[in-house]
Design a protein around this ligand. Structure first.
Ligand SMILES: Nc1ncnc2c1ncn2[C@@H]1O[C@H](COP(=O)(O)OP(=O)(O)OP(=O)(O)O)[C@@H](O)[C@H]1O
Length: 314
């Protein structure tokens, strides 16, 4: 079985520490790397892909430093960067054949894999369209397809769901679930719901440090006793929003149901609620300040459909 080990992995850009002594292991499964902007997610993924050199520490694959494995390691790897390069005037088919050639796949294998990846990512029927005509979701699926051409045992994706509409998000999650057998899949995001349902383990990265790792339930347990719900008037809700990290607001018959993440009980009538992953996210990453938290949408108490709390909090 494949095992990736990060051993005190550190990356400094001049005097800025982007990744700070991160040690952890990955075995088969889906891992969701969650963190706010600038937390160090891209840096960690690029170190894992051997695109960046660590300042200290190392990445090991089955005990051997990936530096030493070189091409042997890269053959195990599929990578979808945040902005993957493509030629807009190529058709998807031509582009995938081109990438297959770059990955040095033998011609028959290339033809088979291109077809397989087109089908797997739901692009069948659209593969002869020029990429410039693709929607954001189709483009992301094409990105996944190119990362899969060499049948990688390790699949690394940087913010693969950014800019996708809810339908494409669900589609993406289903693709990842179908790929998860026999692979290490690591994907970064700042959108909690994108990893909540598919990740076997969640890693929380804050200011370059790994602050939590575990299943969704294990990570959510970390805020047990710190999640509160209460029904208050709109004015009280506004006041609470100024003071606390508010995870959820719902208008109910003139009153507002408020979900708050706080070490202390915010008001006497607040009741403890079962923690969820987005509460954890809010607990660790709510750096926006109350003003920003409260200015989402025209009515701050209206929970907009398909808008992630984590998006709102940042
Ligand atoms: N080439 C670079 N030179 C200097 N600083 C950098 C460089 N790349 C990243 N950084 C800094 O390192 C920190 C971590 O950046 P990184 O891109 O890894 O974070 P991230 O979690 O992926 O953020 P985002 O979600 O915005 O992509 C940030 O403070 C960033 O400004």
């Amino acid at each position: 079985m494949l095992e990736l080990t990060l051993d005190r992995l550190t990356k400094r850009y001049h005097n800025k520490i982007a990744l700070d002594q991160v040690s952890t292991e990955f075995t088969q499964g889906v891992y969701g790397l969650l963190g706010a902007n600038g937390a160090g997610k891209t840096t960690m993924l690029r170190l894992l892909c051997d695109i960046l050199d660590p300042t200290e520490g190392e990445v090991l694959c089955n005990g051997t430093p990936i530096r030493r494995l070189g091409g042997e390691y890269r053959r195990l790897l599929g990578y979808l960067p945040q902005d993957f390069g493509y030629y807009p005037d190529f058709t998807a088919l031509r582009y995938l054949r081109y990438i297959a050639a770059l990955k040095a796949l033998p011609p028959q294998t290339a033809r088979d894999k291109v077809e397989e990846c087109i089908c797997l990512t739901g692009l069948k029927g659209e593969e002869k369209q020029k990429i410039r005509t693709y929607s954001g979701g189709m483009l992301r699926r094409l990105g996944v397809a190119q990362a899969l051409l060499n049948d990688p045992r390790i699949l690394i994706m940087d913010e693969p769901t950014s800019g996708l509409d809810p339908r494409e998000r669900i589609r993406f999650r289903n693709i990842i679930s179908s790929l998860s057998r026999d692979r290490i899949i690591i994907l970064s995001t700042h959108i909690v719901s994108d990893v909540e349902y598919i990740a076997d383990e969640i890693l929380l990265l804050r200011a370059g440090q790994l602050i939590q790792k575990g299943t969704v339930t294990e990570v959510a347990e970390q805020v047990k006793g710190r999640v509160w719900e209460c029904m208050v008037s709109p004015a009280e809700a506004e006041e609470l929003g100024q003071k606390y990290a508010v995870a959820n607001l719902k208008n109910l018959a003139g009153m507002v149901k408020v979900r708050i993440v706080s070490d202390e009980k915010p008001i006497p009538q607040a009741e403890e609620a079962e923690p969820a992953l987005e509460d954890v996210y809010l607990y660790y990453f709510d750096q926006a300040g109350p003003q920003k938290r409260q200015t989402y949408g025209e009515n701050p108490y209206e929970r907009k459909e398909n808008v992630d709390v984590s998006d709102r909090a940042l």
